[in-house]
Design a protein around this ligand. Structure first.
Ligand code: ADE
Ligand code: ZN
Length: 326
């Protein structure tokens, strides 16, 4: 077998996937029809042609527009099952899945509906392939901390079904410090927290996520390479970075995959992992990310083993379960 086959076949965890970002155009149009919701595109091809982004915000505008077709428990079930089938086909045995409650509840879709659909989709996938799933709601950072507290209050009755909390959406101008009190509250509830930082924002946002939000992982974090002291700290603390290579190229964080900082992160001993972020929008699932990295960097087998091990080390599963996979 080739090194690529080896990488694709290894058991892996995926830790940075926004379930709304796995909404393929075909499913978006099917759900639009099922729910009587209009999409601002004539057809699947027209929507796909809009997947031409210049930065994070140009993507987010489309991502939020398409999320409007998600209305019922069945919609969230179908979305989750479709993603987990594709993940399992790429060797993913465990997925920690982000979702954005504040994208749905203001449209009148109750948090209970979103959660029940995602859970039943995850259960259906578990029966098919054995894949395990954990759910991590994100707060939208372009909204206020007060709105975040309101979202947390809506989730409170379901807290035992939520594994942790995250922070996503428009990074620039919305530093982690804006959410210091909200994240302290999430940690008081006994949950690990994570945050997108250093995707488009500066390394200082990564430092804030560590020091003020006390995160257990950094989502993206690829701009850490601009700060040598931060790189040394991330390596020393074995702070995981959930890196999303195709996402970074599609959102113009890097011009070309060959300019990606993943090799530098690994070389300096960081616990970097690879993930698909928003696979419907960015050119594919974990396997597609693996193929793109191998084409750009021609990694040897030891790098792929390292990435797979990192994915389990960075996950929220306990040591006993981890021992089954690694
Ligand atoms: N929401 C969905 N994908 C995201 C990303 N890559 N960065 C920030 N927010 C997001
Ligand atoms: Zn993301």
């Amino acid at each position: 077998a080739t090194i690529l086959d080896l990488a694709l076949g290894m058991p892996k965890a995926e830790l940075h996937i926004h379930i709304e970002g796995s909404l393929e155009p075909e499913l978006a149009f099917a759900l639009a029809q099922r729910n009587g919701v209009a999409l601002p595109f004539a057809d699947v091809d027209a929507l796909r042609r809009a997947y031409d982004f210049e930065d994070l915000q140009s993507f987010l505008d489309l991502y939020y527009a398409c999320a409007a077709v998600l209305r019922t428990e069945a919609d969230f079930h179908d979305l989750m099952l479709a993603y987990l089938r594709r993940a399992a086909a790429d060797g993913v045995v465990h997925a920690e899945v982000f979702f954005d409650p504040q994208t749905h509840t203001p449209r009148g879709v109750p948090f209970a509906t979103v959660l029940a659909g995602l859970e039943s989709g995850a259960e259906a996938a578990r029966k098919e392939s054995g894949i395990s799933t954990r759910l991590i709601p994100n707060f939208l950072r372009h909204l206020s901390e007060e709105e975040g507290f309101a979202a947390l209050a809506e989730m409170a009755p379901f807290i035992d079904r939520i594994h942790g909390f995250g922070l996503d959406s428009s990074e620039r101008g919305h530093p982690p410090s804006k959410f210091e009190r909200l994240f302290a509250r999430c940690r008081e509830l006994g949950k690990p927290v994570v945050a997108h930082a250093g995707e488009e924002g500066p390394p200082a946002y990564i430092v804030e996520a560590l020091d003020l939000l006390k995160v257990s992982r950094i989502d993206h974090g690829v701009r850490a390479v601009e700060d040598a002291a931060l790189m040394a700290r991330l390596a020393r603390e074995r702070m995981p970075l959930t890196v999303c290579p195709l996402s970074n190229v599609r959102l113009c964080v890097f011009k070309d995959m060959r300019e990606h900082t993943l090799p530098a992160l690994l070389k300096q001993g960081l616990c970097a992992t690879i993930n698909c972020d928003d696979p419907a929008y960015f050119g594919g699932y974990l396997g597609d990310n693996i193929r793109a990295l191998q084409a750009a960097f021609d990694f040897d087998a030891s790098v792929w083993y390292r990435l797979a091990r990192n994915s389990f080390e960075a996950s929220f599963v306990d040591a006993a379960q981890r021992g089954v996979w690694v």
